[in-house]
Design a protein around this ligand. Structure first.
Ligand SMILES: Cc1cc2nc3c(=O)[nH]c(=O)nc-3n(C[C@H](O)[C@H](O)[C@H](O)COP(=O)(O)OP(=O)(O)OC[C@H]3O[C@@H](n4cnc5c(N)ncnc54)[C@H](O)[C@@H]3O)c2cc1C
Length: 314
C-alpha cells in the first residue's frame, strides 16, 4: 500500500490550504473529504479577501484543483477511525484504508441548533449566527436574536451595529443582569420575554417569530447561538479527546487542543480550522491550515534529518 507523507482528513478551507502548502513542499498528500463543509447551506462566502461573495462549492472546487495541480490526491469518503501502527492508518466508512506518516485533521465542526420548529430549515438563509458572515446582507432589516445562552447578549449588540430594528427574544437564556438591561435599553434594543414556539415562514422567507401564547413578532432575520461541536469522534482510538473552549468565561464549543503550529498532544497528529478553533472564519481556517502544514513539514524534515545523520554515521 502506498504510504503518503501526509493524510489530510477534511477538504474545506483549512484542509485544502494545508494540502496546498504541503504539495508545494514536494510532500505526497492525500485529502479525504466527505463533501459536507460547515457553510454548505450558505449561498456565498464573505470576508475572504479577493473572493468575497464566492459560492462555497466554487471556492472548494478551486482549492481542490490547485492541490491536484501540484500532484496532490483528493478522494471522497468519510473517515471513521484513525490508528497508529508505527505510521497512521485511517479507515473510511466503505472499509478502504490509507496509510500516512502524519495526519492533518481539518474536519470542522457541527452546529447544533436550538430546537425550535422551522428554525433548522432556514439555517444559513435568514437564520444566522455570525454578523461578519451575513450581517451586511441583513443590514437595516427587522432582526431578532434568539437567546439560548449568555452569548446572545454579545451577539445582539453586534447585530445592533447593522440595524436600528433589533429585538432580543429571551427564550431560554438566563435573565440579563441590571447592567445588561441598561446596555440593551441604551442601545435601543427591544426585549421580548417568554419562550419562542416556532418561526413563521411565508413564500420561503422568514416573516416572524411566534411566542408561546400565539403572539407573533414580525422579523426578517433571526440570529441564534449554535452549540459548536468539533467533528472529531474518529480520533478516540488515537487517544485524542476534545475539550471545551472558553473565551471571557463563555463556552464557545468543543475543540481539539493544538499549539501555535497546529500540533496536538499526539505526536504526528496536527489539527487546524474549526475542529481546533470554533471561532475560525474561512480565511482564518485557511491560514491555520497553512501554519499546520508548516509544522508538519518541519516535523518530517526533523525525522528525515535524524535518519540521514544515523545512516551517514553507521
Ligand atoms: C451558514 C454558515 C455560513 C457561513 N458563512 C461564512 C462566511 O460567509 N464567511 C466566513 O469566513 N465564514 C463563514 N462561515 C464559517 C465557515 O463555514 C467556517 O469558518 C469554515 O467552514 C471553517 O473551515 P474548516 O476547513 O475548518 O471546516 P469546513 O469548511 O467545515 O471543512 C471541513 C471538511 O471536512 C469534511 N469532513 C468532516 N468530517 C469528515 C470525516 N470524518 N471524513 C472525511 N471528511 C470529513 C467535511 O466534508 C468538510 O468538507 C459560515 C458558517 C455557517 C454555518
Amino acid at each position: 500500500m502506498k504510504k503518503y507523507d501526509v493524510i489530510v482528513i477534511g477538504g474545506g478551507a483549512a484542509g485544502l490550504s494545508g494540502a496546498l502548502a504541503l504539495v508545494r513542499s514536494r510532500r505526497s498528500v492525500l485529502v479525504i473529504d466527505d463533501g459536507t463543509p460547515r457553510n454548505a447551506q450558505a449561498e456565498h462566502v464573505h470576508n475572504y479577501l479577493t473572493r468575497d461573495g464566492v459560492p462555497p462549492a466554487e471556492l472548494y472546487a478551486l482549492g481542490r484543483q490547485e492541490v491536484i495541480g501540484y500532484g496532490g490526491e483528493v478522494v471522497t469518503g468519510t473517515v471513521t477511525t484513525a490508528r497508529r501502527d508505527g505510521d497512521f492508518t485511517v479507515e473510511l466508512a466503505d472499509g478502504t484504508t490509507y496509510q500516512g506518516r502524519r495526519l492533518l485533521v481539518t474536519t470542522g465542526l457541527t452546529d447544533v441548533l436550538p430546537d425550535v420548529p422551522g428554525l433548522a430549515e432556514r439555517w444559513g438563509k435568514d437564520v444566522l449566527h455570525c454578523p461578519y458572515c451575513h450581517g451586511w446582507e441583513v443590514r437595516d432589516q427587522a432582526i431578532g436574536v434568539l437567546a439560548t445562552s449568555v452569548m446572545a447578549l454579545h451577539q445582539v449588540q453586534l447585530f445592533r451595529q447593522l440595524s436600528d430594528d433589533v429585538t432580543l427574544f429571551l427564550h431560554t437564556a438566563p435573565e440579563p443582569t441590571d447592567e445588561q438591561w441598561e446596555e440593551l435599553a441604551a442601545r435601543g434594543i427591544s426585549v421580548v420575554e417568554g419562550k419562542v414556539e416556532q418561526l413563521e415562514v411565508e413564500d420561503g422567507r422568514l416573516t416572524g417569530v411566534r411566542l408561546e401564547g400565539g403572539r407573533v413578532i414580525p422579523r426578517q432575520a433571526l440570529a441564534v447561538q449554535s452549540a459548536m461541536r468539533a467533528r472529531a469522534g474518529f480520533l478516540t482510538d488515537l487517544g485524542l479527546e476534545t475539550t471545551e473552549l472558553e473565551a471571557n468565561g463563555i463556552v464557545l464549543g468543543t475543540a481539539v487542543q493544538v499549539d501555535a503550529m497546529g500540533a496536538t498532544q499526539v505526536p504526528g497528529v496536527f489539527a487546524a480550522g474549526n475542529v481546533a478553533d470554533p471561532r475560525a472564519q474561512v480565511v482564518s481556517a485557511a491560514a491555520a491550515g497553512l501554519m499546520a502544514a508548516g509544522g508538519i513539514n518541519f516535523d518530517l524534515i526533523g525525522e528525515e534529518t535524524r535518519l540521514a545523520v544515523a545512516a551517514r554515521s553507521s
